[in-house]
Design a protein around this ligand. Structure first.
Ligand code: NFS
Ligand code: SF4
Length: 672
């Protein structure tokens, strides 16, 4: 069972309101979005903030996860404690319905991440076939490292040949039928986790297979055992991790490993004098090309009177481009419509995931062109230009031309851009971070981090991730959790819209360190900076590790720490939090993080409270089996305190066992 230092804390959430201020339309704390809302106050443009209010109160059956629509005898709801009303028509009880619904979210998340990864594999495959002339192997170093991890020979071989084999293995990971674990997953987990997954029978053999399996397992009249269902879900979650890892690593091979880079964030990066194009979604395959095409077409923009072309990012496409190209981050998930409301956005080019269908509705009030680019993602009313790997540059140029043409139709009266923009230092892939540590200790770079934790200078590491969920105010919980953790000397890495929040608020910058970091964290960052005089960017308060698929980078760091400490992941002072989780992908990520052995705080409750058993499994039993557990808590400060407790407990245990081992000159015990 997880332990809490504050004896008033239990595995249950506090009674803070689940939907804060449900009638309030001003559901953001982002200073840029707030300004924008004020500016369009009189215009009656409907936004996501209005729709959240319109949805209140939300259905309690759904909220608790006790509504089943898996077959069309339903919908069934659990209405009573006892009798026929306490079960669905087929006899499914609350724990069956709640667990089935939960793992189907995981299937959705795994499918999303993996489809993204598959697209990247297709691009790499086309490259090896000579059918993607506009792409290249930007990072041969990453390719070699990856191939070696996967057991693929590299000596005296051509890079393209190696990539071909890596891609084939990736494809095999999607559809394997034989009984061998997913290679990409197996290549980077610890021996302890490997054994645990085999022992609990959740080691996935194929990504596609895991998704279909869990859908089949939860079909009407199949599995009704909640524990078996949840274990099936965890297997799918591990397939999600594998998909994410494929997405991250192959993207690095094709587009380069992120390195520390300077940029700016928030709506003020939209420039009234330029042709502004927002790239929104998740997949760097298209957006990297858009950036290249924009560089090539600067003169065309000048012909229509603009000073140039300004690419800005939204959501995880924004994170990918920020990390690799230093592209400005305009905004994050809940304020995506606001970018259009500036009246100066000429085109919004979208790929997949987290794109509100409403962007087209808002765009219709302006001159902005919304362009969809993938076959599986169309919006009624928006233009569709199929993006093709074989003709990538030509397609990207077409997209830029659409924006240049739209620029001519701007209405100057409708332009109002918030003046909020903040300095950002991003680009901390695990390679980049390791390089920074290596300047202090070249032989064992990760020991710089683990030693700082063992000595008490740092309290541990936290990965802050996930979306915006407007049950609370946008970004409020992200910021509150971050501030509490850094104040208490936690080394924080961030991804997704959580990273976006810190960037937009100016907290992802070296200048934020003095104001918010505790003394231990401050001195730690100072030591790193002094050892890295070549690093002109300085070191930020919180380290950007990328998009949501790049949570696999975070896992990589936790594993590196485990290896350095000579223990398995559940003993590493490393925690994760999604303070404003929303998407199925976030549920999937949280689930693999728990399975990998991390305490995971989630600041918006998934629908699990309708079954005490499922609630107990996810928050308590999971800890006994995997060493990780969910901490569901909507109050960000209580959530942060529970994370700090978990870190403290792990560090304390680690210290005691290390001391004992040293005293008795034995190896470190593994069984605690
Ligand atoms: Ni992640 Fe990125 Fe944001 Fe949530 Fe959506 S953009 S993949 S799912 S909302 S963090
Ligand atoms: Fe109702 Fe059972 Fe069908 Fe679900 S599977 S809708 S509980 S009859």
């Amino acid at each position: 069972m997880p332990r809490y230092r504050d004896l008033t804390h239990t595995a249950r959430p506090s009674n803070a309101p689940r939907v804060v201020d449900p009638k309030n339309h001003v559901r953001t704390t982002d200073p840029g979005a707030l300004q924008m809302l004020k500016m369009v106050e009189d215009s009656k443009i409907e936004s996501v903030f209005d729709r959240v209010v319109a949805q209140q109160p939300q259905c309690t059956f759904g909220y608790n996860g006790i509504c089943c629509k898996i077959c069309i005898a339903g919908p069934c709801r659990i209405k009573k404690e006892e009798g026929p009303g306490s079960r669905g028509i087929c006899g499914a009880s609350a724990y069956t319905i709640v667990s089935r619904n939960l793992v189907r979210y995981i299937a959705g998340g795994a499918a999303s991440h993996s489809e993204h990864a598959r697209h990247i594999l297709h691009t790499a495959h086309a490259l090896t076939e000579g059918k993607a002339p506009d792409y290249e192997i930007k990072s041969p170093a990453k390719l070699l490292k990856l191939a070696e991890k996967l057991g693929i020979a590299t000596l005296n071989r051509d890079n393209m040949e190696i990539l071909k084999e890596v891609v084939e293995l990736g494809y095999a990971d999607f559809g394997r039928y034989q009984d061998r674990p997913i290679a990409f997953l197996d290549s980077f987990i610890t021996e302890g986790r490997r054994k645990k997954f085999q022992h609990t029978n959740i080691m996935p053999t194929a990504i596609d297979g895991s998704v279909t399996e869990i859908i089949a397992q939860t079909a009407m009249g199949v599995d009704s055992d909640p524990v078996n269902i949840i274990f099936g879900g965890l297997k799918t979650a591990l397939a999600d991790l594998a998909g994410s890892y494929i997405g991250t690593t192959i993207s690095d091979v094709l587009f380069g490993i992120p390195e520390p880079i300077v940029s700016e964030a928030n709506l003020g990066v939209i420039n009234p004098k330029m042709v502004n194009i927002a790239v929104h979604g998740h997949n760097p395959v298209l957006s990297e090309m858009v950036v290249a095409a924009a560089r090539a077409m600067k003169e065309d923009a000048k012909k229509v009177g603009a000073e140039g072309i300004n690419i800005v990012g939204i959501c995880c496409t924004g994170n990918e481009l920020l990390m690799r190209e230093g592209v400005y981050l305009a905004t994050s998930s809940a304020s995506q419509e606001m970018a259009i409301m500036t009246g100066a956005l000429d085109a919004m080019v979208v790929d997949i995931q987290c794109i509100y269908p409403s962007v087209q509705t808002v765009a219709e009030c302006f001159h902005t062109k919304v362009v969809t680019t993938e076959f599986m993602m169309k919006i009624p009313g928006a233009q569709h230009i199929a993006f093709n790997t074989a003709t990538a540059m030509t397609d990207a140029k077409k997209l830029i031309s659409i924006a240049i043409e739209a620029y001519k139709h701007r209405d100057p009266k409708k332009i109002s851009i918030p003046n909020e923009r903040h300095h950002v230092v991003a680009g901390f892939s695990i390679e980049a971070l390791t390089e920074v540590f290596a300047k202090v200790c070249p032989d064992r770079p990760i020991s710089v981090l683990t030693d700082a934790i063992l000595s008490g200078q740092l309290k541990g590491v936290a990965l802050l991730a996930g979306c915006n969920n407007l049950k609370r105010l946008q970004d409020e919980s992200h910021i509150a959790v971050l501030k509490e953790l850094v104040k208490n000397d936690v080394f924080v890495i961030a991804t997704g819209c959580s990273a976006g929040a810190y960037a937009k608020f100016g907290l992802m910058s070296p200048s934020a360190v003095d104001g918010y970091a505790g003394d231990g964290l401050k001195s730690f960052l100072k030591t790193l900076e002094e050892a890295n005089p070549q690093l002109s960017t300085g070191l930020p308060l919180v380290f950007h590790m990328g998009a949501c698929v790049d949570n696999s980078r975070g896992m990589d760091l936790a594993i590196a720490m485990a290896n350095e400490l000579g223990v398995d992941v559940p003993k590493v002072p490393f925690v994760a939090s999604a303070p404003e989780a929303m998407h199925e992908k976030a549920i999937s990520i949280g689930s693999w993080a728990v399975t990998m052995g991390l305490p995971v705080h989630v600041g918006s409750l998934p629908p699990v409270e309708g079954s005490d058993l499922v609630y107990g499994v996810t928050t308590q039993i999971a800890h006994d089996v995997f060493g990780g557990n969910f901490i569901f808590e909507v109050d960000p400060l209580i959530g942060a305190t529970k994370l700090l407790d978990a870190l403290e407990y792990r560090t304390w245990k680690l210290g005691i066992h290390k001391m004992t081992a040293e005293k008795n000159e034995t190896t470190l015990a593994q069984g605690w």
